[in-house]
Design a protein around this ligand. Structure first.
Ligand SMILES: NC(=O)c1ccc[n+]([C@@H]2O[C@H](COP(=O)([O-])OP(=O)(O)OC[C@H]3O[C@@H](n4cnc5c(N)ncnc54)[C@H](O)[C@@H]3O)[C@@H](O)[C@H]2O)c1
Length: 322
């Protein structure tokens, strides 16, 4: 397998680190020439189309700002190049349609980087719930993001380039797990606002979502907390109440033994350790010609819920899935 990466910023560097260790990295692309300097031993590019056309990698990892994902995914899929795209898959329904259409027509496979599904707590809970119906699933995510964080990239904090704020960036993983465990709501009601960063960003730093039909999911999320707190989730079935904390799962008050997955925490603590597991699983699926579970359609579900939340303004809103 020969892999290429587009965008070697914060998360792209994690992808290139993992791919270098597996000796598959064959080329990288970034519009910022400075960032390419540390890849002196492989071909580097500033134009992703030129890289894909010249190098023809087996897989391309897309690690660029949100608004660029759709055009890059579609370009690669149209060329028959497998794509692993960082979250969110896209930032509009129109982009989603284009991606899912390209995925359907392509001989190549699309995967989306929702690595928290590989956390040992997530693996346990998903398996535990396999023969149960979820009545309610509630999560709260309270993190701390400063104006310096938003100033660290000119695409951050802007509707046109990030697509939103806390929901489409930080809380996306938690919302994805809620719908992964409880099912996808057909309707939601939501409110978003900016509590602490009004002068610095044009998008929301705080959001609430309630699933009103199809799945009883509830999310409270903010980037305005005083400190990055652990994400806490509770899932109710007819008979059980499950509490999920980082590294721990309790069913009806009893802590459950979790199967240790070999995964180092590479990069920032808030990414978890799932990237390595997800990347290895994606490549294994390609090599064994098996479907990868988090394909475009699966990875787009959480984006559909988020886009409905942005539309809601406190009114019940239908979630449009791809
Ligand atoms: N899965 C996770 O937990 C996780 C964690 C962090 C970031 N991410 C996602 O990864 C993506 C990148 O985030 P980041 O924090 O690394 O951002 P970043 O700003 O640090 O990196 C983005 C890189 O893309 C480059 N770039 C911009 N336009 C380009 C173009 N047209 N062609 C080539 N390169 C281009 C920039 O120069 C920059 O180096 C986002 O979608 C983000 O949400 C995911």
């Amino acid at each position: 397998m020969r892999s290429a990466v587009i965008g070697v910023g914060v998360i792209g560097s994690l992808h290139t680190h993992i791919l270098s260790e597996r000796k598959t990295l064959c080329a990288v692309c970034d519009i910022d020439g400075e960032k390419l300097k540390k890849y002196a031993d492989i071909p580097t590019f500033t134009d992703y189309k030129v890289m894909l056309d010249e190098v023809r990698p087996d897989v391309v990892h897309i690690c660029t700002p949100h608004y660029l994902h759709a055009e890059m995914v579609v370009y690669a899929l149209d060329k028959g190049i497998n794509v692993l795209c960082e979250k969110p898959l896209c930032i509009s329904i129109e982009q989603m349609k284009r991606i899912l259409d390209a995925e359907e027509k392509s001989s190549a496979r699309l995967g989306v980087c929702l690595q928290n599904r590989y956390n040992k707590e997530s693996v346990f809970v998903k398996e535990y719930l396999s023969d149960k119906k979820v009545v309610s699933a509630v999560a709260h995510m309270a993190w701390h993001r400063t104006k310096e964080y938003y100033a660290s990239g000119d695409w951050r904090g802007k509707k046109a380039t990030e697509g939103g704020g806390v929901l489409i960036n930080q809380a996306l993983h938690t919302l994805d797990l809620l719908q992964y465990f409880a099912g996808s709501p057909s309707h939601i009601v939501s409110n978003v606002c900016n509590l602490t960063l009004k002068d610095d960003i044009e998008v929301e730093d705080t959001a609430v979502i309630q699933g009103t039909k199809g799945a009883g999911i509830t999310l409270f999320a903010t980037n305005g907390a005083a400190y990055d707190m652990p994400v806490v989730m509770s899932v109710k079935t007819k008979t059980d109440i499950i509490h999920i904390l980082p590294g721990h799962v309790y069913v009806n008050g009893t802590e459950q033994p979790l199967e240790e997955t070999y995964a180092r925490v590479l990069g920032k603590e808030c990414y978890g350790s799932g990237h390595e597991l997800l990347i290895d699983d994606y490549y294994k699926c390609l090599q064994e010609n098996r479907p990868f579970e988090i394909n475009g359609r699966e990875g787009s579900k959480v984006v559909s819920i988020i886009l409905a939340a942005y539309k809601s303004g406190g009114e019940e809103t239908e979630v449009v899935y791809g």
